[in-house]
Design a protein around this ligand. Structure first.
Ligand code: FAD
Length: 388
């Protein structure tokens, strides 16, 4: 068999492709409390390649309003030159705050600087309390609810210089998004499924930097977004006759849309089984039309849905797995590959626990054997997770 060398991407994390956004569509229907976007990024003619399971890395910008507020709070104009670590020459404060530095996540270090610099007695008392030995919990809670802008507002007596402020911040890192398309079906495009992060803390509306940059601030067909492909070990079995079980609630569905597109395009004969969940079927069934069509065409063997708020009792994907324990076990014993994508904090743990229970109830294993069983699946790459 001839093994071809995979093409090397001309664009990388250090040399990203400036790409345009072709589409930005809300996937949720009217009346939903969720906002999930289908984004299409144009990579046509660039030579950038990807495989299903990979993610797209996106460099983003901070919100201009917050950048301007920080500049004002610093008593600066924004034109002051500042030195940023690993940036070869000085840039303006505005440029640094817009695209080079993270203006969220302040640490203890800035509290120490504010204490050293402030001449205001009330500010000193407050900062000393936060920095006192044994105040770790108080300090962590305080910092957890704040971004740098809050500190500049709350401790105006400290008056940091632009460079002093910059020296307390970290680099703004690119964010990764699971690719939701197969290059075989959509050559020249990368599809993403992005949930803009919006919440409130310490009396301020907060916005996730990259997700709201993509959802709210990128102008379609105009703004050039620096992107790169982050290769992943998360991927389909080479053998298309293998069955795949995919658990992807919410934005976790993204790579599975790509998986199924790829399997259909390559004529893979293995069966596809998706577990999807969100709040309400009527408004939050992401790519629902596509799944329904694929089921009707026999290209999906099963789609099991868990809409948590459609009935009094909450139902999640792991509940649907348990309800289908016998069938799921038959698939696994028949050599199926099992995939999980999405929320790492709760969902992926609950799914892992459900899988372990299924191995016990259906396979007659004890707890230790079930753990070993899952370990073996992982080793054989038949249990893969892409969680965040
Ligand atoms: C491999 C991989 C694949 C991914 N795929 C996807 C995907 O397909 N779709 C997708 O939408 N995301 C995906 N993500 C997540 C994505 O990379 C970003 O982390 C996400 O979009 C948030 O980034 P942001 O810049 O918008 O928010 P940030 O500015 O980074 O802010 C997020 C932070 O805000 C805080 N926060 C968020 N909500 C609250 C709240 N309610 N209360 C208090 N604090 C809060 C938390 O500290 C959180 O870490 C993926 C991540 C990885 C690693």
């Amino acid at each position: 068999m001839h093994l071809s060398t995979p093409p090397t991407n001309p664009y990388t994390k250090d040399n990203p492709l400036p790409a345009k956004l072709l589409e930005n569509r809300v996937l949720n229907k009217d009346g939903s409390s969720k906002d999930t976007r289908h984004l299409v990024v144009d990579i046509a003619g660039s030579g950038l390649t990807y495989k299903v399971g990979d993610s797209l890395g996106v460099y983003c910008c901070n919100r201009p309003q917050v950048v301007e507020e920080i500049i004002e709070l610093l008593g600066a104009t924004g034109n002051e030159p500042v030195t940023v670590a690993r940036v070869p020459s000085p840039v303006s404060l505005r440029d640094a705050l817009t695209s080079k530095l993270s203006i969220a996540g302040p640490t203890k270090k800035i509290l120490e600087t504010l204490l050293a610099k402030t001449a205001n007695p009330a500010e000193k008392v407050r900062l000393e309390a936060l920095l006192a030995p044994g105040a770790e919990e108080l300090r962590e809670t305080f910092l957890g609810q704040r971004e740098f802008i809050d500190l500049l507002e709350e401790f105006p007596g400290a008056r940091l210089s632009p460079q002093e402020f910059v020296d307390h911040t970290r680099r703004l890192m690119p964010r990764l998004y699971s690719i939701a398309s197969s290059p075989k079906l959509y050559p020249g495009q990368v599809h993403l499924t992005v949930a803009p992060v919006r919440y409130e803390s310490n009396g301020r509306r907060r916005y996730g930097v990259c997700s709201t940059y993509l959802a709210d601030r990128v102008t379609r067909r105009k703004t050039l977004i620096p992107v790169f492909v982050a290769e992943s070990h998360f991927g389909l079995p080479e053998d298309g006759t293998k069955d795949v079980i995919m658990v992807g609630p919410g934005t976790g569905v993204a790579p599975f849309r790509a998986f199924v597109q790829e399997r259909v395009a390559t004529g893979a004969t293995g069966r596809n089984w998706l577990f999807f969940g969100d709040q309400h079927q009527a408004t939050d069934y992401l790519y629902g039309d596509e799944w329904t069509r694929l089921l009707a065409e026999g290209k999906m063997a099963r789609v099991d849905l868990a809409f948590s708020r459609d009935q009094a009792q909450k139902v999640y994907v792991q509940d649907r797995m348990r309800e289908n324990a016998a069938e799921l076990w038959r698939w696994l014993e028949g050599g199926a590959y099992f995939y999980v994508c999405g929320d790492a904090h709760r969902m992926a743990k609950d799914v892992d626990a459900a899988l372990q229970q299924i191995a016990m109830s259906q396979g007659g294993l004890d707890a230790a054997q079930a753990v070993e069983y899952l370990k073996k699946l992982k080793k054989e790459k038949r249990y893969q997770r892409d969680v965040y």
